[in-house]
Design a protein around this ligand. Sequence first.
Ligand code: ADP
Ligand code: MG
Length: 151
Amino acid sequence: MNQFEWKTANAEETGHFAARLAELLQPGDVIALEGDLGAGKTTFTQGLAKGLDIKKTVNSPTFTIIKEYKGKLPLYHMDVYRVADSMEDLGFDEYFEGDGVSVVEWAHLIEDQLPGELLTIYLYREREDHRRLVLVPKGERYEQLCKEILA
Ligand code: ADP
Ligand code: MG
């Protein structure tokens, strides 16, 4: 399995990397974010939103599981940390197949509802403000995307 690594030394660098990724995204792309609390999943999403020219502040959708933002492409920001507590059918499919970009924090918690192809980004906290981002693409589209962003 191919995987790609990117290191950042502070929150701004993580944001910049995410913003660069955003410029390469297409409607229907799905990004899964994994990492402990405070690893930088929301920070990453904020950078991505900036790259999509979203003016609104993106914050942790802790109680609302899904938040939608309008930008160059719509952004569907999901934090499914509490989804196990929810008995609702949230209709994730419609977002994943929609015209926007889906970003899912704690995606493994809805593993069986995820699409077959997606880009998973693991964020690991190293010393202080350093983070290691590991990109794991599933499917041709996302392998290509990884090559483009790291080119
Ligand atoms: P999560 O959504 O994974 O719980 P957040 O993005 O909410 O994490 O929080 C990450 C915290 O770590 C923020 O306060 C952010 O400023 C800080 N931080 C420090 N260094 C980095 C880095 N290199 N990348 C991302 N966030 C960082
Ligand atoms: Mg978060």
